[in-house]
Ligand binder design. Structure first.
Ligand SMILES: *Cc1c(COP(=O)(O)O)cnc(C)c1O
Length: 383
């Protein structure tokens, strides 16, 4: 079990709780390790880089035949790098999207002028494996399928295992944005047939922002030499350099790396992904039940939503104003996230990070107090 930081009377925490989908609340131990400086070529840092790479492969159940490349930047840099290295140039990529992150990946692919077709479902609806099968059948020129595991726009979880099976059967490689799910939700690259996976330092492993990581089949990585559209984002070159020297090409995010190594120790101590998932599920349930009890409405059903982030409908009461609501919660020690849904007015609360169900109970109390202070009576969802 982990120590939850900054427990105390609401408003007296030394930092606010970040209930956001990354950056998120980290433990004091993770912050503490950043208090010294690290040389980028030093053997100590190279050992950190090496252990991070092998730990990530273990978590993904990808120790055999896969490689891990660390890259400076946030998760979007990783998605763009992976598409640049693995989206085929002479074939199309099928892009699945049901939210802002799928859309962003499509935009990245458009920037590099690669051919694609897209399959879009509503932000509150998961894509269907049958539909993917039909699309791949009628488009034999598709060579890769891109999808997001947990679309952080709403918190919905997409059926990656079924879709990966269909893609594999059609001879396509599978590129998975597992940004907000890796390290918590069930994921085995080997068993599920995921060829390329992308995540970043500041999501479920609970580190601080600064780098992204791409796990990929070794043969694909070897074949990707010369494929990238970008020097800095060239995964083959980054990997080859890392293999040769144990270092990043170009300046590494030193403090983020040591913080991440500490976060990985905590991840292991919690029981790996299953242990983390158990805590997130408990946290998510406390949040959803608590918000329902005070009259707020989650937008996704209990079976559709993941344990990563929860979306709630904005109350229709004319006194409701998101900025004032946000400020009220901030004064009480909690930072939440605006909604990202294009159609329904909403706000989001992240479950990831060094938090537990008791923090969520405190948040529910703070939410009730804030709504009362704003004189909100009608909590019916706004249209
Ligand atoms: C966080 C996230 C990303 C990356 O976003 P950045 O702002 O670049 O970190 C990509 N996809 C998903 C699903 C995410 O949750």
């Amino acid at each position: 079990p982990m120590t939850i930081p900054f427990r105390g009377p609401a408003g007296q925490e030394t930092t606010p709780y970040l209930l956001t989908p990354g950056p998120l609340t980290t433990t004091p131990a993770v912050k503490e390790v950043m208090l010294r400086d690290w040389g980028s070529w030093d053997a100590d840092l190279r050992a950190v880089v090496s252990s991070i790479r092998s730990d990530l492969l273990d978590i993904a159940d990808a120790s055999q035949g896969f490689e891990c490349v660390l890259l400076q930047g946030s998760g979007s840099y990783g998605v763009e790098a992976a598409l640049g290295s693995f989206a085929p140039k002479n074939k199309k990529t099928l892009m699945l999207t049901n939210g802002a992150y799928g859309e962003r990946a499509i935009k990245a692919l458009s920037y590099m002028n690669r051919d694609f077709i897209s399959y879009e479902t509503d932000e509150l609806e998961a894509p269907s494996a049958d539909e993917v099968a039909a699309l791949l059948k009628s488009n034999p020129d598709v060579g890769a399928v891109f999808l997001v595991q947990c679309e952080t726009t709403s918190g919905i979880v997409n059926p990656i295992e079924d879709i990966a099976a269909v893609a594999q059967k059609a001879g396509c490689i599978v590129i998975l944005d597992a940004m907000s799910s890796f390290g918590a939700m069930d994921l085995s690259m080997k068993r599920m047939g995921i060829d390329v996976l992308i995540s970043s330092a500041n999501k479920c492993i609970e580190g601080v922002p600064g780098f992204t990581y791409i796990l990929a089949r070794r043969d694909l990585l070897e074949a990707s030499q010369g494929q990238s559209h970008s020097l800095s984002l060239d995964l083959y070159e980054q990997w080859a350099y890392m293999q040769k020297s144990g270092q990043f090409r170009y300046t590494p995010p030193t403090h983020t790396l040591v913080a991440f190594a500490r976060a990985l120790e905590q991840h292991k101590a919690e029981g790996g992904a299953p242990g983390r998932l158990a805590r997130y599920k408990k946290t998510a349930k406390a949040l959803r039940d608590g918000m329902r009890r005070i009259g707020l409405t989650p937008l996704l059903g209990d079976n559709e939503t993941g344990p990563i982030i929860q979306t709630f409908a904005t109350p229709r009461d004319p006194n409701f104003d998101f900025t004032r609501f946000y400020e009220g919660l901030k004064q009480r020690g909690f930072i939440i996230y605006p909604g990202k849904l294009t159609k329904k007015p909403s706000f989001r609360v992240g479950n990831m990070g060094a938090l537990d169900h008791e923090v969520m109970a405190m948040l529910v109390e703070a939410t009730e107090a804030t709504l009362k202070a704003m004189n909100i009576k009608d909590l019916t969802p706004a249209e």
